[in-house]
Ligand binder design. Structure first.
Ligand code: HEC
Ligand code: HEC
Length: 312
């Protein structure tokens, strides 16, 4: 079983105990045996060499100055990714076409399609909306919370889709949602401003009602905010009776809005995002919790408003 014959001149001889040839090295009487490599090890080693040669011929392998040899199979990791993406797109195309063909108000009738739309909307929200509305869509002063059931411009699927498509006070979009609260700086003296602010806060039970404040509100504010301050989505007048504030809920905040109103602006997403993405975003926002059903809400009456205030 010996492969490497050590010439006798190098000191090789057969070790008596093991019957194996020695290589001729000897330290303090200890001699080095020339044990051959096991066959299985050698053949595995030769196989890896063959594999490496085959691999280098078939796949990109040898580094050149600015790239590597191409390999006869023409495989690239970039091409592999492109093929995977084409497959994913093809798998998605059916769903996308289905969402495109379904009017948004009909989406809930197909729970599976609705679920896909909400998931797609969640992904698009992370890319396009979190910088203003926050990661959890909880908003911040001036940027509305999209989780509650307080809607400035309406909370049905159709209304949300419209808001997203055309934006809010976005001059570049012809059909953008728009309404401006006039500044009332010259209209009321200090006492009147305080009475008005107190009336606004009384609508959510945060201050005592005053007859003078109520009268001024009916004359100057109800047209946009509703008689009971319940909000008029058609006018973009936010509800003032729910203790949810865009610009703050202290008497000073309310007075500031009366004297020098602030107005939120949101870009129109039409043209930036395709209609299917906008539809999926509307489904996602609607599903955040506060989405409204298309059925028109019962008109607010003084009794229902009083009951709401009492319930707080
Ligand atoms: C540049 C900041 C900004 C970005 C980005 C933004 N929004 Fe808005 N969004 C606003 C502001 C400000 C308002 C409130 C406008 C107002 O005062 O009426 C608003 C209002 C809304 C409303 C109406 C809420 C209501 O009560 O009627 C919805 C729905 C909405 N955003 C969804 C989205 C979605 C979905 C995205 C991502 C595609 C998005 N927004 C991206 C600033 C932004
Ligand atoms: C022409 C319509 C219009 C009239 C009239 C009007 N408002 Fe407004 N008001 C608005 C709009 C629109 C906004 C919301 C601005 C925004 O979305 O950024 C608003 C916002 C407010 C806010 C802030 C709400 C919040 O959530 O922070 C208060 C407070 C308010 N109005 C009080 C009044 C009072 C009091 C009067 C009467 C003196 C009045 N408004 C008259 C349209 C009007």
């Amino acid at each position: 079983m010996t492969t490497n014959k050590i010439p006798a001149s190098a000191g090789g001889r057969i070790d008596e105990t093991t019957g194996t040839e020695t290589v001729g090295h000897e330290w303090d009487g200890i001699e080095e045996l020339n044990t051959p490599l096991p066959r299985w090890w050698l053949y595995t080693f030769y196989a890896t060499i063959l594999f490496a040669i085959g691999y280098m011929v078939l796949y990109p392998a040898w580094p050149l100055l600015d790239r590597a040899t191409a390999g006869t199979l023409g495989w690239t990791s970039r091409g592999d990714l492109a093929a995977q993406m084409r497959a994913a797109d093809a798998a998605r195309a059916g769903t996308v076409a289905k969402i495109a063909a379904t009017p948004i108000e009909a989406l809930p009738a197909d729970p599976q399609l609705m679920q896909t739309a909400v998931a797609g909307g969640a992904a698009a929200f992370k890319v396009n909306c979190v910088q203003c509305h926050g990661a959890g869509a909880a908003g911040s002063p001036g940027y509305p919370n999209l989780n509650d059931d307080d809607w400035i411009w309406g909370g049905t699927l159709t209304e949300i889709e419209y808001t997203l498509t055309h934006g809010i006070r976005w001059d570049a979009a012809a059909e953008t949602r728009s309404n401006f609260m006039p500044p009332f700086a010259g209209s009321f003296d200090a006492a009147q401003q305080s009475a008005l602010a107190a009336h606004v806060l009384s609508l959510s039970g945060k201050a005592k009602a005053s007859a003078a404040g109520a009268q001024m509100f009916a004359d100057n504010c109800a047209a946009c905010h509703g008689a009971g301050g319940e909000g008029l989505p058609a006018m973009g007048g936010p509800a003032l009776n729910d203790a949810i504030w865009l610009y703050g809920g202290t008497a000073a905040d309310v007075k500031a809005q009366i004297l020098k109103p602030r107005h939120g602006v949101m870009p129109a997403w039409q043209g930036r995002l395709d209609p299917v993405t906008i539809k999926m975003l509307a489904a996602y926002v609607h599903a955040r919790g506060g989405g409204q059903d298309p059925a028109p809400a019962a008109p607010a009456t003084p009794e229902t408003e009083a009951a709401k205030v009492a319930a707080k």
